[in-house]
Ligand binder design. Structure first.
Ligand code: CO
Length: 487
């Protein structure tokens, strides 16, 4: 064995089984009941952290699962007393799809930490660091750990030097660790080695790597990163690993056994946890939430740069529109839209915006006949500055003149909002947590909270009409509350 490890420290593992694994493979439908029986064994494994909250889980809890996301977090905190809990946080968007004022970002960080979060992974879809400023400041203020994130992508302007410079900037802003977020599994193994090595030579805080296995290179990426000295990596327990999800935890732990980077984690305990999550994966498959299509290696992603979550949403959106035959047309349109929009990395919300625009361009039969309002907002600079040059013709078609483009930190244009939200929702919110749920998801939270607090109003509607044996299935009841799909 001639290849040398550039670090001799045990590789630390964050398991994503409670968040990204089911978000990527099963439309975020894992419930707290699915998780609870496994918490004790998960807590005993010795993970660096468990990613368990944020991302799409918050929305999905209320929209599809009739679950209070804050109660979920407190339940996880109670069941996982020895393991750090980690969440994913979209900078100034928090968990929503628009920019919030600084005081809302601050309150959300405070409440997340109060309710049990230890580590907040903060990213911005455009890598505009001004969108991370407030969340970094607030997380530190309330005693949380900041993982400031590079949203990894490939484009004529996104090269290694670009990301190293960005990492340095984030370290100077107070990051406790730097995360490379390779949401679409575009980072190739040799590039991962080179990037991690360069980052280790430039910044002194730990480097945490997040990738997926969409294109089939995830395990190799993690191994090469381990060689280059990465400190922490994300993996998922095998029952919900691979495909659009993370590489399997057990495989990497076994691979590194006896090497200088041995994780020291107990494979037997993981196997116990996996027995449970295999049942959960089966339930999700039976409920129609886990489409086997997301499990196969898709090398098209290397061409189209489409993240896993976006792929599964795209499939279900086209299915609903009965336009499944347009799948590959839409995939081919995505990179063209991305170029016109100045090469944003494809991650929420830019992945949804570019994806929706591409769907429109194809379904309407004419490019840029229609601009959803989010597309216009992005072209106007409301999400931050776009990394590359925007196609001015497209911007003009959207009705945006050059002088209308925002150049300051977008949140500087927002007045404090928290008091306004408290007033607006004073009749339905029972807590500050409720106010935040309502502020972030005004389309979903009011109905959820009303149902939570007044179940009697809904009892009649939920009564099984016929075939009682079938409707007793809690999933069937949940489906009643499906409102719309988020692309
Ligand atoms: Co991910």
């Amino acid at each position: 064995m001639s290849m040398e490890f550039l670090s001799n420290k045990p590789l630390l593992i964050t398991d994503t089984i409670l968040r990204d694994a089911h978000q990527s493979q099963a439309a975020t439908r894992m419930t707290i009941e699915d998780m609870m029986p496994a918490l004790e064994v998960l807590d005993s494994i010795g993970y660096y952290s468990l990613e368990c909250w944020g991302g799409a889980t918050f929305d999905a809890c209320m929209r599809f699962l009739n679950e209070d996301p804050w109660v979920r977090l407190r339940t996880l905190r109670k069941g996982l007393p020895n393991t750090k809990l980690q969440m994913l946080f979209r900078g100034q968007n928090i968990l929503g799809y628009k920019h919030y004022a600084d005081d809302v970002v601050d309150a959300f960080c405070r409440k997340s930490i109060e309710n049990g979060i230890d580590i907040i992974r903060i990213f911005d879809a455009l890598n505009d660091v001004r969108n991370l400023e407030q969340a970094i400041k607030s997380t530190k203020k309330y005693g949380g750990q900041v993982e400031a994130t590079l949203s990894y992508t490939i484009s004529p302007i996104h090269n290694e030097a670009h990301f190293v410079k960005l990492a340095k900037e984030l370290e100077q802003m107070g990051a406790d660790a730097i995360c490379i977020k390779d949401m679409a599994n575009l980072l190739l193994p040799m590039d991962a080695y080179s990037l991690v090595k360069a980052l280790k030579e430039t910044v002194s805080v730990p480097i945490h790597l997040h990738t997926h296995n969409t294109t089939g290179t995830g395990d190799m990426v993690l191994l090469m990163a381990a060689y280059a000295g990465v400190d922490i990596v994300d993996t998922a327990l095998s029952p919900l690993a691979n495909g659009t999800s993370q590489p399997a935890t057990e495989s990497l732990v076994a691979t590194l056994k006896g090497t200088p980077r041995d994780t020291g984690l107990d494979l037997d305990k993981m196997s116990d946890a996996a027995v449970h999550f295999r049942k959960v994966a089966q339930r999700l498959t039976d409920a129609g939430n886990l489409n086997p299509k997301v499990l196969s290696v898709d090398t098209n992603t290397l061409r189209y740069q489409v993240p896993g979550g976006m792929l599964s949403n795209l499939i279900s959106q086209l299915k609903e529109a009965k336009k499944e035959d347009k799948y590959y047309d839409v995939l081919a349109e995505i990179p063209r839209v991305r170029k016109d929009f100045g090469y944003p990395p494809l991650v929420t919300p830019s992945s949804q915006i570019v994806g929706t625009q591409a769907v429109m361009n194809i379904i309407m039969g004419e490019r840029y006949k229609v601009f959803p309002k989010e597309s216009k907002a992005m072209l106007r600079g409301e999400y931050g500055s776009l990394p590359g040059e925007v196609n001015n013709e497209v911007r003009a078609k959207a009705g945006i003149a050059p002088e209308d483009v925002i150049t300051c930190r977008p949140a500087d244009l927002l007045e404090p909002e928290l008091e306004k939200y408290k007033e607006e929702f004073k009749d339905i919110a029972r807590s500050e947590e409720d106010v935040l749920s309502l502020a972030l998801f005004p389309q979903v939270a009011p109905k959820f909270i009303d149902k939570r607090d007044h179940p009697e109003k809904y009892a009649e509607a939920e009564k099984p009409a016929a075939a009682p044996a079938k409707t007793a299935d809690p999933n069937a009841v949940r489906e009643l509350y499906v409102e719309c799909k988020v692309l």
